[in-house]
Design a protein around this ligand. Structure first.
Ligand code: GLC
Length: 543
């Protein structure tokens, strides 16, 4: 059994909700979401009643000044808000209003690279002797004029672009408009630390750190190894090599340690870092902040897991077993880079996964619109915005970033001004349409989040998986002192039965249930296809 965590840090009983500001809510009808839009919907996120979603923290994808080559992930001024989103006073108001509602606010920390429009890069590229030259990664061409090594951009082509003016190449893990900072340079570290403090002092509660495994690269710029499993024509061209040198994870981990040191001086903060890693890899990142345990690497593994009760159980058991008491487990089903969960697995399975995510230990992370069952939208070529769609290299991400549907009138019109089109099913999926329907996805999320906050066993209880008599059913118990919560999830499309016993009262589930609410003990439980159920048992309780 996993010991429960010893302390009571705020993020141990919260749900983290990713707001993608460009699409969340548009207050001035210019087609782009903005900070005032987010402020106007804070009550939706948490108004301290079970009628709101009840999230305890939001993470805003970047809202800083940016030419928007990568929609905010190319920052040209870390200390200013991009006019598309409003200004710094809007952010101050957002933080103030969020805190009034007990919502913490995390900003995106894009530390690996800046925009090529950032004054640092402009200075750096101005001459080989500029004091900022070494803030970025520059190298001479090979004798034949080709890039210095075989490193590939994660988006397209080589990770190097020639700067004609100074005759050297600069390195970029992503777009050429996103030059990588040189984290081996102490001045860069200092400048970024200063920037973090700037926001921490304004009262934000933490950061989501972008692309952390890329922060440091081989100092000698040696070639990456070829990927023996690469299938030309099938895999992304950017996967031709294994990033053995263009990403030196073990060294990048030290930078996360410095992030934690900076943040630990500002009180009770949270750092969540973006790294697509297996369990040992995640452990390496957790250990980066042992002295200041305020950090968790996102656990993206559920996104790619094959669909089986046994597979989910064994992954989660192993992940749980790898945790030390101070570690914060977390579960992610989607984000602005990945296909939406309903599109990947279908509506019924997505509902089951929501139940799993919201009844496990730690920090569930919800991508805006997951709570409505939003799907990927097919964005017509003329309306595509993501560089990855526009260049038809790699998978475009526009379809997972479409506007949040708030009202039933949210239907497509010919005069649509949104930066990305709404989905055809927007009105139907809208908050307005789902809000009073007790069976809707939104009501389901609200109910489970509310239960998670009110039931001690769910927000801080231990986790133990159960041996069930049917391999299609994944069962586990969450326990804290006098309270136990039993969860049973049927991964099969057909009904499944499991022997149970004293599991308490049915309190929530993916399906409506008759008659079980008053039973404490049942010999056998029959679940419909893709049905999930939550039972609560209090020690010594009798009917
Ligand atoms: C991260 C972001 C992604 C962005 C990239 C470059 O992976 O999630 O959206 O394009 O970093 O900043």
């Amino acid at each position: 059994m996993i010991p429960k965590s010893s302390s009571s840090r705020w993020y141990e009983r919260s749900v983290l909700y990713q707001v993608y500001p460009l699409s969340f809510a548009d207050s001035n009808s210019d087609g782009f979401g903005d900070l005032k839009g987010v402020i106007s919907h804070l009550d939706y996120l948490n108004d301290d009643t079970p009628e709101s979603l009840g999230v305890g923290a939001i993470w805003l994808s970047p809202v800083f000044k940016s030419p928007m080559a990568d929609w905010g992930y190319d920052i040209s001024d870390y200390n200013q808000i991009d006019p598309k989103f409003g200004d710094i006073s809007d952010l101050d108001i957002l933080v103030f209003e969020a805190h009034k509602r007990d919502i913490k606010v995390l900003l995106d920390l894009v530390a690996n690279h800046t925009s090529s429009e950032h004054p640092w890069f402009k200075a750096s590229r101005s001459s080989r002797t500029d004091p900022k030259r070494n803030w970025y990664i520059w190298a001479d061409p090979k004798p034949d004029g080709m890039p210095p090594n075989n490193w590939l951009s994660r988006f397209q082509g080589p990770a190097w672009t020639l700067d004609e003016h100074t005759g050297q190449y600069y390195m970029h893990t992503f777009l050429s408009q996103q030059p990588d900072l040189n984290w081996r340079n102490a001045d860069v570290r200092q400048a970024m630390g200063k920037m973090m403090n700037f926001w921490l002092e304004r009262g934000i509660d933490g950061f989501r750190a972008d692309a952390v495994t890329s922060l440091l690269k081989d100092a000698q710029l040696r070639d990456d190894e070829p990927n023996p499993e690469y299938r030309p024509g099938t895999d992304e061209p950017s996967e031709r090599n294994i990033r053995t040198r263009s990403e030196v994870r073990t060294e990048s981990v030290d930078i996360i340690t410095t992030f934690c040191e900076i943040m630990s001086k500002s009180g009770d903060k949270l750092l969540v870092s973006e790294a697509y890693l297996d369990i040992p890899g995640m452990q390496e990142l957790y250990r980066a902040c042992d002295d200041h345990p305020l950090h968790a690497p996102f656990n993206f593994n559920l996104i790619g897991l094959g669909w089986s009760a046994a597979g989910f159980r064994s992954f989660i058991d192993e992940y749980e077993a790898s945790m030390r008491p101070e570690d914060i487990p977390n579960y992610v089903l989607g984000n602005h880079d990945r296909s939406r969960v309903v599109t990947r697995v279908g509506y019924d399975r997505a509902r089951l996964l929501a139940m799993l995510q919201l009844t496990l230990r730690g920090l569930p992370v919800i991508y805006y619109g997951e709570e409505l069952g939003m799907t990927d939208i097919d964005v017509p070529p003329k309306q595509q915005r993501d560089i990855n769609s526009v260049t038809s290299q790699g998978e475009g991400r526009d379809g997972v970033r479409t506007p949040m549907p708030w009202s039933t009138d949210d239907v497509i019109t010919t005069t649509d001004i949104n930066w990305l089109p709404k989905g055809i099913n927007s009105g139907q999926l809208s908050v307005e349409n789902q809000t009073t329907d007790p069976q809707s996805m939104l009501s389901f999320y609200r109910h489970l989040i509310h239960l998670r906050q009110t039931l001690i066993a769910l927000h801080r209880g231990s986790y133990r998986s159960l041996q069930t008599s049917d391999p299609d059913v994944y069962g586990y118990v969450r326990e804290d002192g006098l309270q136990k919560c039993y969860v049973f999830l049927n991964f099969s499309p057909s009904p499944s039965s499991v022997s149970v016993g004293r599991i308490g009262r049915w309190i929530a589930g993916t399906h409506l249930v008759d008659g079980d609410g008053e039973t404490l003990e049942i010999p056998e439980l029959t679940l419909e296809g893709y049905e999930g159920r939550l039972y609560e048992l209090r020690r010594g309780e009798k009917l």
